[in-house]
Design a protein around this ligand. Sequence first.
Ligand code: TXA
Ligand code: MG
Length: 314
Amino acid sequence: MLLPATRDSIARAAVLLRQGGVVAFPTETVYGLGALLFDARAVARIFEIKRRPSFDPLIVHVADRAMLGEVVAAVPAAAETLIERFWPGPLTLVLKKRPAVPGLVTAGLQTVAVRMADHPVARALLEAVGSPLAAPSANPFGRLSPTRAEHVAKMLGDRVDLILDGGATKYGIESTIVAVEPRPALLRPGAIALERIEAAIGPLERTGRTSEVRAPGQLDQHYAPATPLRLIDPKLVAHAERLRAGVIALQDPPEGYSASRTLSRRGDLREAAANLFEMLHELDALGLDRIDAAPVTEAGLGLAIMDRLRRAAS
Ligand code: TXA
Ligand code: MG
């Protein structure tokens, strides 16, 4: 069931969650699929609905510092700085978990990924529930993240108890994930540019996709449309090959493709990040043979955009 997010529907969602239900809700990054953190059976339903391998840990959402205290054992100084600077907002921190956090949520890790979203509906929902929620992105495992309630409805449909519709999400790309211990490290580029985090706490170690797997969710194939996607300069693609294909580029995609999307006419990477999943969903719905995606520069939000495109292509 899909309902516009109102005071009433949020109250209803909170009741469903407290009864062990699973509810999709908007955040400023992408839509999340929430269940009560301390109800392992409800959390298990998230894995079931997403068809997510159980070794991939979930992100936990909190409304305030009190809830954070229910989830993590300690907040080291670097994390404190990041919290002051970026919460509420699209930054996820990996911290030591409290024993009460179910192992299912963290896939057996002693750490937990936690964030405080900056979205009125997410915040109202957490406050109404009064408990932290486990809430990964509301897409089937390995597929594009949803930036609209309709995406959730299409991909997960009646497998969820309720979808709260809060319109299109602001950032359109997932949160940046940072671990502070043992050394500060970027686990997933995302809606907050790496440069801004480094300005706050100094250089971060970059854990590439092939390095020691600190984010088990960093599987290569992730965020993929059903249509095959390749990362290529579309200007170099022969005209005959453009006919039944779609193209997506930051600016000025070449002519001759059956469908084309421009991420940002102005070449603005923030706007491009916000449009990325949305436009990939649109191209994916057209039944094309292939999608050609043009690389973007890996500065600022370009890093997160390229991360998602590489995974979509692999
Ligand atoms: O913007 C977002 O972060 C969205 C919204 C809904 O909050 N959520 C999201 O969650 O993208 P999800 O579950 O799709 O991605 C979570 C990522 C996964 O790659 C997972 O492996 C990683 O976080 N992760 C979770 N717990 C972790 C931990 N303890 N250590 C390292 N990585 C962790
Ligand atoms: Mg996800």
